[in-house]
Structures are given as structure tokens and as C-alpha cells.
Design a protein around this ligand. Structure first.
Ligand code: FA5
Length: 346
């Protein structure tokens, strides 16, 4: 082959390589092209082997042409490599793209049940009044639930607290009064304690009765305690709890462990005593809220306390009812419903 033919051949090979470099779509493909055309077994090397057939000055000319072609090819390779690299980076950016301006997703973390919130509030008020908090047992003996409260076996008052029994004779506590005997027996006098706890009863449930509900028992024993101490304590607590000057009215009731038995009523803050029907007090203007009374001498005696030296009072308020009145809730079954539309309001 003469110089002219070799030059033509070189131009064809160069065009072919440049076209392939331009058309390459990824760096590995580009590298393959480079290896195929510029390696020792490539077409350029082939042309170089034909140099000896040329005259000396043609050798120089063709050598220069080959070098120029190599340099052109290298530049095209470098340029394409840069383009493909950029293309790949942009593609990755698109895939992992994060819009940092999107507002975050709100994680809902829930909150305390309204009964728990207000139980804590009630505990704080009583603690500020000098009461200690005693936890009740969830199941207890017949002795603590009934007998030590002056309700022996066969006493008709047991029917007031129709309850569940375990197969081995224990009682899921029917009222927090079940802790009265333990408190009176185990605490030094004077004693001021509250017992916030969960109670269980065999009930046909309705808007004001559940099989599971909460009570806050109160026990106060000291020398010279009178009914006015009971009234003063409850008025102070209820006024703080409802954040207003609560008015009390007292009517007789019956519980074997207090004498006399009382039902403390509060004025209805919903209708404020006005004419017309009110769903909270049912038009009575007064709401029965706290059963209470001076502790019966038999209960003190059974706990080893001399009723001639000491006297005291107790109450057992329904916490669910306290909360219902505070928030104007008409049906206590909402509390156990687990319905977020209800719970999220508190
Ligand atoms: C008692 O349980 C007495 N141990 C209270 C007591 C204590 C009186 C100390 C005297 C001295 P009673 O069964 O009435 O009493 O219940 C007290 C309160 O618990 C009621 O006023 C009511 O608010 C609440 N309660 C009773 N049963 C239910 C129920 N099934 N569902 C929701 N709340 C209830």
C-alpha cells in the first residue's frame, strides 16, 4: 500500500472509531471501543505495521498522521467519557431525589386517657391537702371486701355490690372500700389516704353503669373528727376539681360501714338550676356524686382502733362520673370504646 492508500484507510478507521465513540451509551461500552481500536491487535496498530513499506520521508508523514488520528480519537474518547459520567450522575440524582421542602409527616403519639388525666389531677389536689395515695389490690378477700366493712355473710347489703368471684374464692374488687380495713390497720394514726382504683361489677351496662369503672376512696381518721370535716374536705376538693365554688347538698343514704350513710350532691353547673330539662342532672338541679359518711364504730374496732378515742370519715366517689360531669359526657361507655374521635377531644 502506498502513502495515499494508507492515508485513506486511516481516515476510514478514524471515522469509524469516532462514530462509535459518539454513539456509545455507557462508560463500559466506551471502554470496549477503546480497547478494540487502540489495542495492539487493533486496526491502527495494523496500519502502523505497514510503515516499513513506505519511503523514509513518507514514513515520517504517515507516522505524524497516525499520531494526529490517535490524538483526535483520544480527545473524542475523553469528551464522551466526561459526558457519560455526567449523564450517570444526573440519572442517580433523579432516582434518589429528595424534596427537602416537603413538610414532615406528623407522627401521632397518642396521649393519656381522660380518666387517667383527671385521676392524676384529683390525686394532686388530695396530695396538696395532705392525703397519701394507696394502691388497691385488683382482687381481694371476702373479708376485706365485705366482712371488715360490717357486711357479714348473709347481710342483705351484699346485694348492692353484686360481683364476680374467682374460682378459688377471691373477688375482683367491687369497690375501693376494700382497702379501708388495711389502711386503718396498717397505718399509724392519724391517717389521711385516698385509694384511686379500678372496680368490677356484674352489671347490665347502660349510660351510667359499666362492668369496669373507677373509684377514689377517701379515709380520714383522727381524734375529734366531725361531719363538718368531711363536708369541708369534699367541698374543698370538688371546688378545686371543677374550678368553681361548688355548692353541696347532703341527703341520707345507707352503707353498712358508715353511720350515718350520706349521699353528697353538687349543684348542676350545666343548667345552673334554671327551669327546663337538663341531661346532666335530669332536671333535679342537684347531682348525686359522693357516697360518704363517718366511719362505723364496728369498722374501727375490727381494725383495732378505739372508736371512743378516734373517729373519722370515708367516701367512695365514682371517678368516671366525676369526669363525665366535668366534660358533659352523657354516656360513660365512650370511655372504653377506644374510639379515637372521642378520645382525641381530651
Ligand atoms: C360504693 O361503692 C361504696 N363503697 C362507697 C362508699 C365508700 C360509701 C365509703 C361510703 C363510704 P356505690 O356502689 O354507690 O358505693 O358506688 C360509688 C360510686 O361509684 C357511685 O356513686 C358511682 O359514681 C360509681 N359507680 C358505682 N357503680 C358503677 C358502675 N357500674 N359504673 C360506673 N360507676 C359506678
Amino acid at each position: 500500500m502506498n502513502l495515499e492508500e494508507l492515508t485513506k484507510e486511516l481516515a476510514v478507521i478514524q471515522d469509524e472509531i469516532l462514530t462509535k465513540i459518539k454513539a456509545s451509551e455507557a462508560i463500559p461500552q466506551l471502554n470496549d471501543i477503546k480497547v478494540a481500536y487502540l489495542s495492539k491487535k487493533g486496526p491502527l496498530k495494523d496500519l502502523q505495521t505497514k510503515l516499513p513499506t513506505l519511503k523514509p520521508e513518507e514514513k515520517i508523514t504517515f507516522g505524524q498522521k497516525i499520531n494526529a488520528a490517535k490524538s483526535t480519537i483520544q480527545s473524542a474518547y475523553d469528551k464522551r467519557q466526561e459526558e457519560l459520567h455526567l449523564q450517570e450522575v444526573n440519572l442517580r440524582k433523579d432516582k434518589n431525589w429528595i424534596d427537602v421542602t416537603i413538610p414532615g409527616k406528623k407522627i401521632s403519639i397518642g396521649h393519656l386517657h381522660p380518666i387517667t388525666q383527671l385521676r392524676r389531677e384529683a390525686e394532686n389536689i388530695f396530695m396538696n391537702m395532705g392525703f397519701e395515695i394507696v394502691e388497691p389490690r385488683s382482687i381481694d378477700t371476702d373479708y376485706n371486701v365485705f366482712e371488715a366493712l360490717n357486711i357479714p355473710v348473709g347481710h342483705p347489703a351484699r346485694d348492692m355490690w353484686d360481683t364476680f368471684w374467682t374460682t378459688n374464692g377471691y373477688i375482683p374488687i367491687t369497690h375501693t372500700s376494700a382497702m379501708q380495713h388495711t389502711i386503718l390497720k396498717e397505718h399509724d394514726l392519724p391517717v389521711r389516704a385516698i385509694v384511686p382504683g379500678r372496680c368490677f361489677r356484674q352489671e347490665a351496662t347502660d349510660a351510667t353503669h359499666e362492668h369496669t369503672f373507677y373509684q377514689i376512696e377517701g379515709v380520714y381518721v383522727d381524734k375529734n373528727i366531725t361531719l363538718s370535716d368531711l363536708i369541708g374536705t369534699l367541698k374543698t376538693f370538688l371546688s378545686a376539681f371543677y374550678d368553681r365554688d361548688v355548692q353541696l347538698r347532703i341527703q341520707p343514704s345507707y352503707f353498712p360501714f358508715v353511720e350515718p350513710g350520706l349521699e353528697i350532691m353538687i349543684d348542676c353547673a350545666i343548667c345552673k338550676g334554671k327551669e327546663g330539662y337538663c341531661s346532666t342532672c335530669r332536671g333535679k338541679r342537684w347531682i348525686e356524686l359522693v357516697p360518704a359518711g363517718p366511719i362505723h364504730p364496728n369498722v374501727l374496732t375490727m381494725a383495732g382502733i378505739d372508736p371512743n378515742e378516734y373517729s373519722g370519715f370515708a367516701w367512695g366517689m365514682g371517678l368516671d362520673r366525676l369526669v363525665m360531669i366535668k366534660y358533659g359526657i352523657e354516656d360513660l361507655r365512650w370511655f372504653h370504646s377506644g374510639d379515637l374521635r372521642f378520645l382525641q377531644q381530651f
